[in-house]
Ligand binder design. Structure first.
Ligand code: WQD
Length: 334
């Protein structure tokens, strides 16, 4: 099977391409390097010793999709191409809605024209807003999103549901990620955000390596066990494997739209993460408690039963694995 992976050079995209290639899939990557470095492409080849086709471009440009679908018989698409920084989305809503929604509309139009009907879509736990029920299941209410990033993902989910209702020859898997962290065990690829990291673990790595002075912990007055925010952290390689499982589901089923949380089902606080990182890696992470970050919620973790029962997906890598692999990447890519 030949899979088009949009945003396939990015953090989650590159880890997923490694798993696809290692599982015998042919891969075509489309990326515009807006949030990744060109050398990632060679790193994917280095890890897998497999080749793939690459196209540079933005999905807003329909012609690049015409070229790809004309030159390749694509069996399915995995769409990662989106901006994903919650805080940045509050400052740049138009850019986020354009990049995260308009690109999907162009992609879906091209898929219909070329009769490519299988899609795995990269969605997010942020579509649940401030969850009413914890742990979160896929049946929980969505909406009440607290930032344009989460709203953009919510809008695309609605677009996909409307598309499926209009044409149920589509096979669609919507995957809601919780907090992806860590890196491939080789340390060759990992999370390399442009500029100052917005997310917790990459920031912790930079403090541990001395590139940043001190971690600011955004609030310790939440209604949690130690007052700091609780999240469901999932190893990025487990997350990548979840995409393989979703593809297998779409290949088995006779059409459908499926929604899954990809998570571990365990919530860890910010202080849990800092303590685990220090213990596993034998390093010190300087931190200070500061005020809450706008848009943050206290607690968010999943009930991962549905993905286990319907996809046979279970996240197996531990918090220690996540901390060790993230630090290994940081040290190898100083
Ligand atoms: C985690 C915890 C912060 C940084 C992210 C992505 C979003 C989505 C879900 C994919 C919170 C605290 C953080 C720091 C801190 N991913 N924190 N100091 O906000 O849960 O959302 O995962 O769809 O795209 O943004 O992740 O890593 O930013 O925060 O105290 O410097 O760490 O308050 O409790 P978040 P995060």
């Amino acid at each position: 099977m030949k899979i088009l992976v949009t945003g396939g050079n990015g953090y989650i995209g590159s880890h997923t391409c490694v798993e696809l290639l290692n599982n015998g899939y042919e891969v075509v990557i489309l990326d515009n390097f807006s949030n990744s470095k060109k050398e990632n492409l060679a790193k994917i080849k280095e890890i897998t010793n497999k080749d793939f086709k690459f196209y540079e471009g933005n999905m807003l440009d329909r012609s690049i999709l015409d070229t790809i679908f004309t030159e390749n018989k694509i069996d399915a698409v995995i769409d990662f191409a989106a901006y994903k920084a919650v805080g940045e989305s509050v400052l740049k809503p138009v850019e986020y809605y354009t990049n995260n929604i308009s690109t999907v509309l162009v992609l879906l139009s091209a898929m219909k024209d070329y009769n490519v009907k299988k899609l795995v879509f990269s969605s997010s736990a942020t579509v649940y807003g401030d969850p009413e029920v914890i742990p979160i299941t896929e049946e929980c209410k969505t909406g009440g999103t607290t930032n344009p990033y989460g709203t953009s993902k919510l809008f695309v989910e609605q677009i996909l549901k409307d598309l499926y209702n209009s044409d149920n020859t589509f096979d669609i898997a919507i995957l809601r990620y919780f907090n992806p962290i860590g890196a491939h065990e080789s340390g060759i690829i990992g999370e390399e955000p442009n500029g100052i990291p917005a997310n917790l673990l990459p920031y912790v790595c930079k403090v541990a390596s001395g590139k940043l002075e001190c971690l600011s912990i955004f609030g310790n007055d939440y209604d949690t066990k130690d007052g700091t925010g609780v999240r469901d952290y999932i190893h990025v390689v487990d997350l990548a494997i979840g995409h393989i499982k979703a593809l297998e589901k779409l290949n088995k089923e006779q059409h459908g739209l499926f929604i899954y949380n990809l998570a571990t089902g365990t919530g860890y606080s910010v202080l849990d993460i800092v303590n685990a990182f220090e213990k596993v890696n034998g390093v010190k992470v300087n931190y200070k408690i500061v005020g809450r970050r706008a848009g943050d919620i206290a607690t968010c973790y999943s009930n991962p039963t549905k993905a286990k029962e319907e996809l046979g997906f279970i996240a197996t890598r531990t918090l220690e694995d996540m901390c060790r692999d993230a630090w290994n990447y940081e040290q190898k890519n100083r």
